[in-house]
Design a protein around this ligand. Sequence first.
Ligand SMILES: [Fe+2]
Length: 383
Amino acid sequence: MNPFNFFLDTKIDFGSGSLNHVIGYIKEFGASVVLLVLDRNVLKLGLVDELLETLSKEQVNYHIYDNIDPNPRLIHVDIGTTQFKEHGCNLVVAIGGGSTIDVAKGICVVAKNGGKCFDYLDGRKEKKRAIYDSIPLIAVPTTAGTGSEVTMYSVILDNDLVKDSITSTHIYPSVAVIDPLLMKKIPRETVIYTGLDAFAHALEAYTSNISNALCDVFSLEALRLIFEWLPIAVNENTQQSKEKMAFASTLAGVAMSHQAANLPHALGCALGANYDLSHGLAVASLILPMVKYNSSICAQEFEDIVNYISPTKQRNRADSAKQLTVMIEELFKNVGFDYKIGKYPSEEILSKMVHDASIHGCLLCNKRIPSEQDIKDMFLSIL
Ligand SMILES: [Fe+2]
């Protein structure tokens, strides 16, 4: 077995109703003023009405920041950091999807270490500013998919519309409060896209070239849960399905944080940034092209996955990619996901997407490195 490391600097508080524990954590941190970083829909859907009442009752001062786009940019972090400082905050609570939590992570880094969000982007390489510590963050996901509440990444769009990241063990949230009850009012489309994002995290972690036997267990179980429960979460919205998907997303997020994403995220980030698509939709569109492209190099991993999901059937390793493809196509059909984007870009945008994908760091974790022509062909197969 290959050696591996495992480090997760986040307390996970998982369970229906765990949102009620947030007030306790705020008191534990001794926060005088809390910056609440919220997805706009969280306020609209009334998901935090009770929490806001509790904060007022307990005389906890807070300031709400909800200026966040689905593909957040540097400016969203910088404005949030200014507000954090202006209001004298000393704790951040983020409630929303991955974009909201990613912006909150950025605010925690910049508020603690100075400068602007741009200074910390991985793309700056040796010019990247050092991260020594971070403001404590309580992350409360409202979707089952991005896993941002348990990862050491914050994904931010730079000024050239390229998705970049801030990566540091210091930006693991202090606490991840994962309350499946919050996920019941989320729109059907978001459930599909975020659920398939979690699927991609688990698949990419398991096929990554960074081996980690502990996280492989998480990935396989996450995939099994998503095959079984995502269609129910999408079509029936039962409480049990929300809990299973929240758990699968947590497992997949932890695995992805250690083994990194690979081809679907490298290409999906370029696609999503240039088409302004939601992260999950863009990434999910690239899952089948990845299985096809990696069919020979990942035959063993694909065989492991199909055996884990359906252990009783006879398998042939040479056909494992085909078998997995059939299973994924069935999952897409059951949740009503069409991986075709249906919009052809200009040659200029297509070239930019190919270039952006070819320099994306996740590509280095794919066992087979695609040429620019390979990347173009994969994009063309889903347009
Ligand atoms: Fe993702």
